[in-house]
Each structure stands twice: as structure tokens, then as C-alpha cells.
Design a protein around this ligand. Structure first.
Ligand SMILES: [Zn+2]
Length: 174
């Protein structure tokens, strides 16, 4: 007799629960897929949106700051084609960026890194990896309030390659 659909659903979800609680194995294609699915679902539930995919690149999710226009938390998931990449070396990366006004209006603007990147190593349980990623995202979100602002226009100050602070809206050019 076939299992009732309800029971087989319950079994499937139990199996999935056990899988997310087991140590993540990058050699296992199924686990790479499960980590990708768990990660995407949790990010979307938390209000992140997937940026349009660009030819073969990893999935990138962003969260627009609710009160500070232009600030975005960005998660480079290492998900490619529905699975996280197999190489242990490439981590998930989380950072805080600022999209300037021009780019927000769809023009030729720039997105500037505000905080340095945080790396999340894909080790341990799938559930724990996803939780750590969200934790880093919350850290990045909180960093908005600590960001130095331009005295002239109030935009965040970004750091140049030479280590100098400059206004992210380049208001001195206006
Ligand atoms: Zn300024």
C-alpha cells in the first residue's frame, strides 16, 4: 500500500531536517543543493531579494535598509546553478554597500563598499551556516548607524584605496 501523501510529506521533511542538522559535506552534491535551497529560502524570508543573475555568476541577495536610503546589505551566496560551489575555499561573503542616488534612479551611478567583507566559512551544520550568514547580515545592517557622514550633504563617507575618506555622493563635484 502506498504511503499516504501526508505521511510521505512528513517523512520527506523529517529527512530534510536531519540533513540540515548534519555536518555539511562539500563533496556531496545533494548537500550542496540543500544548503543552497535552505540559504535562499531563509534570505527571502528575511526580506532579501535576489539580484538578476548574470551569466554563470553566483547568486547575490540584497536587503535595502529600511530607514537609510542607499544602504544595502549584500550576500554573495556562492550559489551557482542551484548549488553552492564545491570548493571549500570560496566562502559566503556579506558586506554593507551604499548605492548612490544616480544608480538608485537607474542612471550611471556607483555602488560603494562601506564595510569590509565578512566571510562565512561553509563548515558545520547547514542550519548553523545559514544562521551565521544571517548573523553577519544583521551585523552589517547595524553598522549603518556607525557610518561616518559627509558634513556637507549627509551621505556616507567611503574609504578610497589610499585609505582616505570621501563623500560617497561626491557632492564636491556638484
Ligand atoms: Zn557629501
Amino acid at each position: 500500500m502506498p504511503l499516504s501523501p501526508l505521511l510521505s510529506d512528513a517523512l520527506a521533511s523529517l529527512r530534510a531536517t536531519r540533513a540540515v542538522l548534519a555536518a555539511y559535506d562539500p563533496e556531496d552534491a545533494q548537500q550542496r543543493q540543500l544548503l543552497a535551497e535552505t540559504m535562499s529560502r531563509r534570505l527571502e524570508k528575511a526580506g532579501f531579494r535576489l539580484l538578476p543573475r548574470r551569466g554563470g555568476q553566483e547568486d547575490v541577495y540584497v536587503f535595502d535598509h529600511l530607514k537609510a536610503p542607499g544602504f544595502q546589505v549584500k550576500v554573495y551566496t556562492s550559489i551557482q546553478g542551484g548549488r553552492v560551489r564545491s570548493k571549500d575555499a570560496d566562502a559566503i561573503r556579506v558586506c554593507l554597500v551604499y548605492a548612490d542616488e544616480a544608480s538608485r534612479k537607474g542612471g550611471e551611478g556607483r555602488t560603494i563598499g562601506i564595510s569590509s567583507e565578512c566571510r562565512v566559512v561553509r563548515r558545520g551544520e547547514i542550519e548553523a551556516i545559514v544562521e551565521r550568514t544571517l548573523e553577519r547580515a544583521r551585523d552589517a545592517y547595524r553598522r549603518v548607524s556607525e557610518t561616518e557622514r559627509c558634513r556637507a550633504c549627509g551621505a556616507p563617507m567611503a574609504t578610497s584605496k589610499a585609505g582616505k575618506l570621501y563623500c560617497a555622493e561626491r557632492c564636491w563635484l556638484r
